[in-house]
Design a protein around this ligand. Structure first.
Ligand code: MTE
Ligand code: MO
Length: 408
């Protein structure tokens, strides 16, 4: 494409926030500290996880940048930024989660392949741009179309970037045409993130945002849209991001037996505590996030401090001043909820979180039961260990010495 520089090396990457934990430098994969996720309902752009399969492209001339829409359509078209800007602009608050979120914990059961992620390969942003359903109308595809006259049933997104999994070709993925042409599915060609121009790390100038679906389908740095008969045959649809049973290993894997993962399952994570924490006996506040896929809301988040025998319900919230009700028009249907609960700790234990979505799907207890060789979709109960220590006699004397009136 004229006017584009797609660097084949990593020498021109953008600057990043120093607090990101870097899981891989080239390609750049990084996540924020877990505490950053509960700092705000909308994740700041610089603290939003970055997940890449190749060098970050650099689009230098926005006027020359265009997206070709082609394949099984009546009239092929090349659209420029000005054409996208002309379409009605929608803002959608949507959580993006990498299917590999929490992979490191799954790897502890038995080694899995993939970038090691703690619990922060997830973020919630306000994406703004044109609806894909409106863009498809420009090439003669009406809203809510299952198949075009020439048999197009899937919409493939092809990027500018180059990755080794595609043998130097671009990253790509597809979604069904029914979803792509459904305005209610809120699939966006986004040019803004949190009210600012989308930055290079997140897909400048345009990325796809497919709400409720694993992050892998939200293709960044969009180059072309192909309307095709079968789903995309690219590596990341056919040879990756599929969920296999625990019995499948690298010797007996048959990729064709499973469908590409789309919706993400119900998830929750405690973010106010690290894996192991030293706490004093008494009340502590447990905070974190919960999210489900497919537009399902979060019906409940339960917290246990006795291995799952007893549970207390956490409070859930999205926007301040608006009570959260799952699947209610006042809630952001594609977005996570933050939760908070107070628990009384008197001895060393695990604190556990588990969420229930609006279809009554519940997180599985054990990671062993959902272990899979690619290490995707670890949604097992999230546990953090608290090492509960009363103050030592020496610490008590020290406090009394500095403040003789204090009660301990
Ligand atoms: N072009 C392109 N799009 C891509 C990827 C990529 O490597 N190249 N990674 C995908 C994956 S696996 C995820 S989880 C999300 C991450 O988006 P983010 O970096 O904006 O958080 O982008 C998706 N879109
Ligand atoms: Mo991902």
């Amino acid at each position: 494409m004229p006017g584009l520089i797609a660097p084949s090396d990593y020498s021109r990457e953008p600057p990043r926030h120093p607090s990101l934990q870097i899981n891989s430098k080239e390609p750049f994969n990084a996540e924020p500290p877990r505490s950053a996720l509960i700092g705000s309902y909308v994740t700041p752009v610089d603290l939003f996880y970055k997940r890449n399969h190749g060098p970050i492209p650099l689009v230098e001339d926005l006027e020359k940048y265009s997206i070709s829409i082609q394949g099984l359509v009546d009239c092929q078209k090349q659209i420029f930024m000005k054409d996208v800007w002309k379409l009605p602009k929608y803002s959608v608050t949507a959580t993006l989660q990498c299917a590999g979120n929490r992979r490191t914990a799954m790897s502890k059961v038995q080694k899995v392949r993939g970038v090691g992620w703690d619990v922060s390969a997830i973020g919630n942003a306000v994406w703004a741009g044109a609806k894909l359903a409106d863009v498809l109308e420009l090439v003669g595809i009406p809203k809510l179309t299952a198949s075009t006259k020439t048999g197009g049933k899937h919409v493939e997104f092809v990027s500018i970037d180059k990755c080794k999994e595609e043998n130097g070709g671009p990253y790509k993925a597809s979604i069904p045409l029914t979803q792509a042409s459904n305005p209610e599915a809120d699939v966006l060609l986004a040019y803004e993130m949190n009210g600012e121009t989308l930055n290079r790390d997140h897909g400048y100038p345009i990325r796809v945002v497919v709400p409720g679906v694993i992050g892998a389908r939200s293709v960044k740095w969009l180059d072309s849209i192909n309307v095709i008969a079968e789903e995309c045959q690219g590596f990341f649809m056919q040879k990756d991001y599929k969920m296999f049973p625990p019995s499948v290993n690298w010797d007996n894997i048959n990729w064709a037996t499973r469908r590409p993962q789309m919706d993400f399952p119900v998830q929750s994570v405690i973010c106010s505590l690290e894996d192991v924490n030293v706490v004093k006996p008494g009340k502590i506040t447990v905070r974190g996030y919960a999210a489900s896929g497919g537009g399902r809301g979060i019906e409940r988040v339960d917290i246990s401090i006795d291995g799952g025998k007893n549970w207390v319900e956490a409070s859930r919230f999205q926007k301040s001043g608006i009570p959260y009700i799952s699947d209610h028009p006042s809630s952001d249907k594609w977005a996570w909820v933050l939760f908070e609960a107070s628990v009384d700790i008197s001895n060393s234990t695990d604190i556990i979180a588990k969420a229930v979505d609006s279809a009554a799907n519940v997180q599985p207890e054990k990671v062993e039961d959902i272990w899979n060789l690619r290490g995707i979709l670890n949604t097992s109960w999230h546990r953090v260990q608290v090492d509960c220590r009363a103050r030592t006699q020496a610490q008590i004397l020290q406090v009394q010495a500095s403040d003789p009136g204090s009660e301990i």
